[in-house]
Each structure stands twice: as structure tokens, then as C-alpha cells.
Design a binder for this molecule. Sequence first.
Ligand code: SAH
Ligand code: TMP
Ligand code: ZN
Length: 408
Amino acid sequence: MTSCHPCRICGGPVREFFDFGRQPVSDVFPAPADVGTEHFYRLAVGFCEDCTMVQQLEEVSREKMFPADYPYRSSGSSLMGQHFEATAAHFLATELAGADPFYVEIGCNDGIMLNSVRAAGVRHLGVDPAAHAAQTAGASGSRVHIGFFEESTAHRIRETEGAAQLVFSANTISHIAYIDSVFAGVHALLAEGGVFVFEDRYLGDIVTHTYFDQIYDEHFYLFSARSVQAMARRYGFDLIDVEHLPVHGGTMRYTTARSGERPVRPSVSRQLSYEHDQKLAESATYASFGARIESHCAQLHVLLTDLKAQGKRVVGYGATCKSATVTNYCAIGPDLISAVCDSTPDKQHRVTPGSHIPIVPSASFTAPYPDYAVLFAWNHAAEIMAKEQSFKAAGGRWILYVPDIHVV
Ligand code: SAH
Ligand code: TMP
Ligand code: ZN
């Protein structure tokens, strides 16, 4: 059943294009004794016929998604470590190169980016409600405020610490349904000529490559240059630059500034015309995306059922949020995937949300190797396949389900 909801940004009509049904909060991993206590909601996505913003139709409360013991740790990936070191170096040489700059980061997590800015001696403040992760950043010497960034937080920071030359956020702004409050806060917090830069998964990559598992509770919005430009305008900002980045399977970095304060770079109109050519604002694009999701999920289920019938042992690799969508939508439980290996201590010895597959430390992968491993952390494929080279040498095979089902 499709429904029409008002857009969270502009109030226009949001047409539902895919319903994943009942899905759990993706980043809360129950202990075996707590199975059944998960919070479920209807994961459905649609796009706004007025401003084109792709968004979810139901919302999970921020307290349920980002509790103090939120387990995700950004520093679990060395590739992302390199990405944020390069990002920090770029900003230290540009936006933060003036006299006594001030840097604010929304969603600093364990300090993967913040620590590089702090190490350069720049005044800084990270804001993140995930207390345990933020305390890790604090323990390395970075200044953090544990809490949700919203308009009131921004006013307090501005009053006590002054205006910021750069407000940066990675993989967080798309998680925030109440985004009007974030923009109002950044508007108050930025120094004149300062910039608000955020990077998030890119809608163009998700649709083009059928990265359907990028859709889960935390990714409330799926941004494009067009929808971000419209949103920024509404909140008194210009989208002045976009940069496509290869991380997390395709990310876009959006640079915004208060309206009229900075020139708009040619990258913006280039990206808008790319999105036009890709038909990213047309409903037929989403109808065919939905049909591919259904077909890929059915094929994955058939493959895993066949392997089980052949007596093969299959495990998962990476207890990602993405895997919550895949396992719950495709009805994959411990009968088809006996365990999921993950390097994150706070996920181990727990089970995957909703699908209840036991999560084991990465070291268990080798003892002994399974016949097949479903790579749920496919965005870290290069890093993981390099680390686990002997799996293939021992006859093991990786199963990938994006951009389609294939075994390597
Ligand atoms: N920036 C890191 C972390 C991304 S995970 C990276 O790119 O790897 C998203 C983080 O955003 C979580 O740590 C979560 O606690 C935080 N978060 C969610 N809502 C927030 C808000 N309103 N203000 C600040 N941080 C928020
Ligand atoms: P992400 O795709 O949301 O970044 O999550 C990646 C997950 O995969 C996270 O739980 C950590 C895990 N992981 C490993 O287990 N081994 C690895 O080598 C990497 C890079 C990630
Ligand atoms: Zn809208």
C-alpha cells in the first residue's frame, strides 16, 4: 500500500516507492538473552514531488538510534582513517588556515577526524550523543560535548566559544530528521564567510548500483545535489561546491555557505546536469530500483538456500547496519548464515538485530574457514579482502549482493 506524507523539508507530497516492512533499529545489537526486545518500525522510502528529497516515511526516535552505548566506531576502518586524515589536512590548509580558527564537528564519534584537527593545535569542539564513542575522542585529548547538535546547542557554543570558520559533519547529517534545527544552528554558529561541509552516501550511487542496503533507520535522508541545493536555499544557504568521493560505496561532500557569502563553483551545475541525465527526479527510476531490490533479494535467498542444501557452511563478514536491512528483508537467519564476524568489540557475542545471527570476533573467521562468506561490509571490500587473502587461497569464496548477486 502506498501512501503520501508531507515532506520533512518543504511540506510537499512524498510518494512512497519502496516498503522494506518491519525492520529493527540497525545499530543496537541485543545480547542473546535480550532477543525480542528490539524496537521495530516500518522502513519505507519515498521522494518529494516538490523538492525531490528522498526520505523515510516513518521515523525512529534519536534516543533509540544513538544511545550512550552506540557501538559503531569509525576508527574500525584504516581506509576511513586515511580518508579523514586527508580531509583534515585539506581543511587545515584552506578553511582553517587563518588566525585562531574554530572547528566544530557534528557526529565526531571516536575522534577519527577531530583528533587530526586537535593535533594541529586548532581550537575545536566535537558534538556527539554516543557517550562511549565520544569519550574515546575525549581520552585522546580532543574536546567533545556529549549531546545532540541542534539549534540550542549551536547558540550555546556560539556564546561560549565564538563563531566557527568550519562546521563539518560526515555520515551524520542524513541521520537527522529534524534537519531544520541543525541548519538554524549552523546559521547562528558560522563566522561570516564560514562554511558548513557535510558528506553522506550519495543517492546517485545507491540507485545506479542498487545499493539498497544503504537504506536503514539511520539514513533518514538520501541526498542528491538537487535536493540538498533546494534544502540549503530554504534554510538560507547556498550549495557552493560538491565533490564525489569513493568511500562507503559512493559519498558526496556538500559545501554550503550562508546565501550570497561565497561564489558557487561549476561543480554544482555539473552535478545537477548529471542527475538530470540519470533521471534521479523521475518516478520511473524509483519503480525500476524497487523491482531490482526485489529481484536481488530473491536471488540471494535462493543462493543461500541452495548452499545450505549442499551442506556448505556460510558466514557473514561485517555486522553492518546494511546487513540489518538485507537479513531482515530477505528473511536470512542463523539457519542460512551461521555467524557474522566483526572486529567491533561492542558487537561481539551479541546477535544481529531482528535476524538474530550470532556475532563473533574476526579471529573466528579462520578457525576453520567457512566455504562462503557474505560480505556485508562490501564498502570495505579492498581492505577486508587484502586482510583475508588466505580465505580464498584455502578455497573460500566471497558472496557479494551489490551491484548484483555474484560469487568471487
Ligand atoms: N563522523 C563519523 C561517525 C558517523 S556515525 C564517521 O563518518 O565515521 C554517526 C554519528 O552521528 C554517531 O556517532 C551518532 O551518535 C552521531 N549523531 C547522531 N545524531 C547526532 C546529532 N544530532 N548531533 C551530533 N551527533 C549526532
Ligand atoms: P560500516 O560499513 O558501517 O562502516 O561498518 C563496517 C563494519 O564492519 C563494522 O562493524 C566493523 C566491521 N569491519 C570488520 O569486521 N573488519 C574490517 O576489516 C572492517 C574494515 C570493518
Ligand atoms: Zn520536499
